[in-house]
Design a protein around this ligand. Sequence first.
Ligand code: AMP
Ligand code: GLY
Length: 423
Amino acid sequence: MKVLLIGSGGREHALAWKLAQSPQLTELYAAPGNPGIADHATLVAVNVEDNAAVVAFCKDNTIDFIVVGPEAPLVAGLSDALRAAGFAVFGPSAAAAQLEGSKGFTKDICARYDIPTGAYQRFNNGPKAKAYIREQGAPIVVKADGLAAGKGVTVAMTVDEALAAVDDCFEGAFGAAGAEVVVEAYLDGEEASFFCLSDGTHALALATAQDHKRVGEGDTGPNTGGMGAYSPAPVMTPEMVERTMKEIIEPTMRGMAESGHPFSGVFFAGLMITAKGPELIEYNVRFGDPECQVLMMRLKSDLLPILYATATGTLDKVTAEWSDDPALTVVMASKGYPASYDKNTPIKSIPDAGEGAKVFHAGTALKDGALVATGGRVLNVTATGKTVGEAQSHAYALLDKVEWDNGFCRRDIGWQAINREKA
Ligand code: AMP
Ligand code: GLY
């Protein structure tokens, strides 16, 4: 099978690495890819923001299957354009990608299908949102409706903080994403991420993970795209997984099908495990980054037929086997991230990972033949172990051999699970 992978982050490096191991693969292309992905795929310069250009590339190169990594091309309708041209695609339609693209859309599905989530209201103006916040009191959560690169959410501990967040949204801090605001009840509990494939009719539960969104140790400081993750998430017991499937995933699939937009792709459900059980915080419609990196380390099955079955409505014919060993990834980011940072800083060397470990590339590039850091999140040092503690020691031992002066990382990735292991 000739496969085109869309994207250029650590998530896509992990997908490329795993796809490249498939006996069914004849050729892997990646657009735009990165220097890590180049070890497994031919990089192509087609503009992934131009749906027609991607379709033309797939026709010219007789591509059999396209795997879309990030959310932006999904929301922009790349899967629709490819499907209309007759291609098999892993990734939802633009209409189904609304589950990630619009928080209000998802909340309305939850309300209609009785899916457990925080009580909420949608607003398109400041005064009404503020009146609701004053009525509800704090803590309370204010969210820009649209895609805001993970930055549009304020978990406000005071009413004043919530009111200020409403002003930020309507004054344009998140651009068009903030034209509508969702105000939602604060959920108390432990967060977990749950990944589940859907072909529109059948579901295949994958695995669980926990990430670290804050930039600073002890989960402090501003939110980021994710500074590290591990899988599985201990809070997601088999009972919680079963309840998540029944109470959250299955009604969502039914809701999407009944609305005429069956969901084909991966559900990345952000959950809060509260005293009542799993509650939905949000959906993403693609693999998490860096959660995908730990999932791919643990997946024993061939990824390609699983993704292809998702795209072709035959998910009931495949299974996914997982290693019991936990995997953990530490993100190395450019100093200054998530605020501004220097670009094109030299990465002098990346060690050989050895068995049970892998350094995935995110924001890297080659400049005059030398590896440089071009992004905020740059490398994902990923390792496995018999426990999360062992996986953590393994990952940091490898990370300490990376020679990159402008890089930093958190030193406490996995702390919640490790505290549990010690207890
Ligand atoms: P989101 O972009 O919706 O995932 O929100 C980002 C982060 O804000 C989540 O990972 C949670 O840590 C937090 N958050 C979002 N909604 C809530 C909520 N209703 N209650 C508590 N925390 C929340
Ligand atoms: N790591 C969180 C995300 O991919 O959205």
